[in-house]
Design a protein around this ligand. Structure first.
Ligand code: 9MR
Length: 452
């Protein structure tokens, strides 16, 4: 007791000196006992004998003494017992389960949202059922996603999004150049509108993308400070964004497209130059530090068509996985009606599943005019049906993924005339599930058939 008082006095004096020296700097409080906080963490699985029961596994690791308590969604704290904790969730709805871990330095929490429908607890927190003639209603225990912009959330956009999709990704307004246009000044106008729309409509939000060389504001490209200051600035940015959307954004692409075309080496972006070859690990660690519950993805393109790039991507994933910093892989699928082949797409899935990661079929669009024929003026019935077959193939491959590795099937655009591909290639194309007037195309039916 006497020692404790001396430590307390010392800590108090140190704090006084620090605050007298520089009142602007963040004061890092060192607990009197020198104990670090222990980060709470848990997983859960659905009982194999009762679909309304989950088994909670407290996976918290840490040295020294700590205690764990559960909040099973009622607000009451229940001490954690050794072994798996069984919890019955009978009513249809959404439950937020929390674990609090406390030691002398304070407490941390972990939380999971568990959804329950008439059939019991929904795997991956995505309930099946619903209208089987819609995209989301025909998907079993994974999300179906589309992209959004803040000015495309009303009228027919809103109707179609709410009818067919239960996941949204911001097309460009949750990237660094939009959210952090100048140093020290964030602009969360569009991103807030998108996240609020998701929350208000019970649609999950996938955050895209924190670090991307192609959406980096020029003040970051030309950063005036030292490398250490650059890294501190990135930490501040990741922390600010993840804290703002904690509990509202379910998943994030932390680093996007870090692999160089051709060489498959790490792209020499400003992030690599300023933070080193391990900038990816650093960024994921920063994200984990802020929100241990949010799902972290690595997202890249050409993973099916380019086996070398796929290997480079899995090497990044392996490094992150060893450090427990990644939950899933986003395979962008900007593909064509005639390729890549089914086996190449399956190879991306197999590599992801064998690493026990979530598979996001992200950024799906299927070109009908990969030849770049500028005289094409309309989608022919022949190409429409070939496109349907390819969409169906993607949907079948996705449906066959083990439930535990499923996440979302996301189409990169709602209707044909809104696709980025039109500007990118400068030729007509019809790559999405809806025509210019929001009418479902054969491709839409293909996805629903593939989901069966
Ligand atoms: O479709 C997006 C386009 O509207 C934006 O102008 C662009 C830059 O922010 O990003 C496009 O989306 C890209 C995605 O974020 C990452 N993979 C490639 C996509 C197409 O360029």
């Amino acid at each position: 007791m006497k020692n404790f008082r001396i430590y307390k006095l010392l800590a108090f004096l140190i704090m006084l000196v620090i605050s007298a020296c520089d009142s602007d700097d963040e004061v890092i409080y060192v607990s009197p006992s020198g104990t670090d906080l222990v980060q709470a963490s848990f997983t859960y699985s659905i009982s194999t004998t009762d679909p309304n029961v989950i088994l909670l596994n407290n996976t918290t690791q840490g040295s020294g003494d700590f205690t764990s308590e559960w909040d099973f969604g009622t607000g009451d704290l229940v001490p954690d017992e050794p072994g798996l904790e069984e919890l019955r969730l009978d009513g249809v709805g959404s439950y937020t389960i929390k674990l609090y871990v406390t030691n002398t330095a304070g407490f941390t929490e972990a939380s999971e949202t568990v959804r329950v429908d008439e059939d019991g607890v929904c795997p991956n927190s995505v309930c099946g059922g619903g209208d089987p003639s819609t995209l989301k209603g025909s998907a079993k225990n994974f999300s179906v996603g589309t992209i959004v912009r803040d000015n495309r959330l009303t009228g027919m956009h809103d109707e179609v999004i709410r009818r067919d999709f239960n996941n949204i990704t911001s097309e460009y307004q949750m990237k660094m150049n939009v959210m952090y246009p100048s140093q020290g000044t964030y602009d969360f106008g569009p991103s807030d509108a998108i996240v609020d729309y998701g929350v208000a409509n019970g649609i999950d939000v996938h955050g895209h993308a924190l670090i991307w060389h192609n959406a980096t504001p020029s003040w970051v490209e030309n950063f005036a400070g030292t490398d250490a200051e650059f890294e501190a600035m990135i930490r501040d940015y990741i922390t600010t964004v993840l804290e703002r959307y904690k509990g509202k954004v379910r998943s994030w692409d932390v680093v996007n497209e870090a692999i160089e075309d051709g060489s498959n080496a790490l792209r020499n972006s400003v992030f690599r130059q300023r933070m080193g070859d391990d900038f990816i690990e650093k960024c994921y660690q920063m994200a984990r530090d802020v929100d241990p519950d949010v799902l972290l993805f690595y997202n890249d393109y050409n993973m099916a068509s380019d086996s070398g790039k796929r290997a480079a991507m899995f090497a990044i994933a392996d490094r992150l996985k060893t450090l427990n910093l990644i939950d899933g892989i986003g395979a962008q699928l900007h593909i064509s009606y005639n390729g890549p082949a089914r086996g190449e797409i399956q190879a991306v899935v197999d590599g992801t599943v064998s690493r026990d990661l979530l598979m996001h079929f992200a950024e799906i669009d299927i070109r009908t005019n990969p030849e770049g024929n500028s005289s094409v003026t309309a989608l022919s019935s022949e190409r429409a049906l070939l496109q349907k077959d390819k969409y169906k193939e993607l949907a079948e491959i996705y449906t066959d993924i083990p439930t535990a590795n499923k996440f979302a099937f996301t189409v990169w655009g709602l209707k044909d005339n809104e696709s980025w591909l039109l500007d990118f290639w400068g030729v007509p194309d019809f790559p999405l599930l809806f025509d210019d007037n929001f009418n479902p195309k054969p491709a839409y039916e293909g996805v629903i058939e593939g989901f069966q």
